[in-house]
Design a protein. Structure first.
Ligand code: CAO
Length: 479
């Protein structure tokens, strides 16, 4: 890329008279240094440090984190895990509303908060206080990315419009989560389940006979936070070339639809006939105009279903997801004790099996009910048959292999003690995840004012006296 640019430049540069050309001579020492630093392609030479010891991927990126609840914090926590310095701005007094929501330990930050705000620093600033705005202005000048997920218009009402932020720091990337993109609903506040419903997930989840269902996975909030993180990293990459920031917008409806894209695929297939891999096809139930709920049918081309295992009567999670993958059909027949199905024309081909899936899964279930889900998992895997146990959250919390990979991490917190959090699900071989506990409210206020913003002790005292970083003292009630 750099070489191409260089070539274009030399082609378009007007010819200068030889005498007018300014020849800048590099001293031999500088020449050697620049040769050492670069590979000749504009990139630094490959580090010789051992993997994992060359700093973290986003080291040097500073994030002004105006996020709250779940969607935005998911994004900024990931950036922090990747090494960014994430400065979470919170309202003095209460901070992020989730600190106090779904509390399990009295007077300690909730798990809702702690599991979404690890590895960040917290500063309290009242953005509606003139002194608070002064601090924010300094932060805007020093940060690379501003991330927010306020209700539509809230950032503008603070005075932090895109135009203002861009003028103050043209390199700033301003990233937002909103419920909806531009259109009829753009001014609406949105929570997780609203997004799941508006993005097409709820109408396609659940059983045909039942109402639409939302899923436990937070595809609206955390899913959109993930999308936003990718947008930010892309904008940071583009900024290397352009030198300027840009707006990044992820609407939760769009994020959910992106994750539900197979259902929009099926919507279009409906125009060409029934969806033969859906159980309702085998059951002879006609399709309507829109994609129906498909129960536990697989969303892909290999039919699957959830089958009972030993203990299902008392254990709500004694189940296995079983996939009748075509290439291992013969092995499936042998293992479940139906060897004649290998050649029986009613079962031998994927097409022949489609109208009989209910019967096939009933037979598989008869077999799996004789063993635990883990025994079944082991047995089928010996034959390369894809399947998976339905794991409870208790089992996941106790799973040692997830601890070993850092996907589940135990951290210690000064007021709540040890808790489990989800570490970085994205593993980079040269950037080990930096998973630390969440900050207390305003824990890093002084340190940020001093070290990041360069305020002197007297100025910090003045800021404190102004009330811009602390909640107004509660007046004692008269006796
Ligand atoms: N100092 C002073 N005021 C502050 C502040 C600070 N540090 N931080 C926030 N505020 C103010 C905002 O300025 C805003 O004030 P105004 O409305 O007077 O301008 C106010 O706090 C509340 O912000 P909000 O409207 O975003 O919060 P809410 O609780 O009413 O709504 C939510 C929450 C999530 C519905 C809304 O923020 C939203 O729709 N966000 C976008 C979509 C989203 O991310 N949803 C996912 C949420 S997780 O399920």
């Amino acid at each position: 890329m750099a070489t191409q640019k260089k070539r274009n430049k030399s082609r378009t540069r007007p010819a200068l008279k030889k005498s007018a050309r300014k020849v800048v001579k590099l001293s031999s020492a500088r020449k050697a240094a620049s040769k050492k630093a670069s590979n000749g392609n504009g990139l630094p030479k490959p580090s010789t440090k051992p993997y994992g010891q060359a700093g973290l991927a986003l080291q040097g990126v500073r994030v002004l984190d105006f996020t709250h609840v779940q969607s935005g914090p998911t994004c900024t926590q990931l950036l922090a895990y990747m090494g960014a310095d994430v400065i979470k701005v919170e309202r003095p007094g209460g901070g992020d509303i989730t600190r106090g929501q779904l509390r399990d330990v009295p007077n300690a930050d909730s798990l809702y908060f702690t599991m979404l705000n690890g590895s960040k620093r917290s500063i309290t600033i009242d953005s509606k206080h003139p002194k608070g705005m002064e601090i924010l202005n300094r932060l805007i000048k020093t940060c690379d990315v501003l991330v927010e997920n306020f209700a539509p218009g809230a950032l503008d009402r603070m005075g932090l419009t895109w135009e203002y932020v861009h003028k103050t720091n043209p390199r700033m990337i301003v990233a937002s989560v909103k419920g909806f993109g531009p259109g009829p609903y753009e001014d609406c506040k949105v929570y997780e389940n609203v997004a799941q419903c508006a993005g097409g997930a709820a109408s396609t989840t659940g059983f045909r006979e039942g109402p639409p269902l939302v899923t436990g996975a937070q595809i609206g909030d955390s899913g959109t936070g993930l999308h936003l993180a990718l947008g930010i990293v892309s904008a940071l990459y583009q900024r290397i070339r352009t030198g300027r920031g840009q707006k990044v917008l992820c609407a939760m409806q769009d994020g959910v639809l992106n994750l539900a894209r197979v259902k929009l695929r099926d919507q279009q297939r409906l125009a060409h006939g029934p969806l033969t891999e859906y159980s309702q096809y085998g059951e002879g139930v006609p399709f309507g105009k829109a994609v129906p709920r498909a129960g536990n049918d697989s969303g892909g081309g290999q039919p699957g279903w959830i089958v009972k295992c030993k203990g299902w009567e008392s254990d709500p999670d004694a189940y296995l997801y079983f996939i009748t993958q075509a290439p291992v059909w013969e092995a499936i027949c042998d293992v479940i004790g139906e060897p004649t199905w290998k050649t029986d024309p009613d079962f031998a081909t994927p097409k022949a099996r489609l109208p009989r899936l209910k019967q096939i899964f009933a037979r598989i279930e008869q077999f799996t009910m004789t063993m635990t889900k883990f025994e079944a998992m082991n047995l089928f895997n010996e034959h390369d048959i894809p399947c998976g146990p339905i794991l409870s959250m208790k089992e996941i919390a106790e799973e040692q292999s997830l601890r070993a990979t850092g996907t589940v991490v135990e951290v210690d917190h000064p007021t709540r003690g040890k808790y489990l959090t989800v570490g970085n699900p994205i593993k980079l071989s040269d950037s080990p995840a930096d998973v630390r506990r969440s900050p207390l409210l305003g824990e890093h206020t002084d340190e940020i004012l001093k070290d990041v913003l360069g305020f002197k002790a007297a100025e910090i005292a003045e800021i404190k006296a102004s009330g811009a970083i602390s909640a107004p003292e509660k007046k004692e009630k008269a006796a």
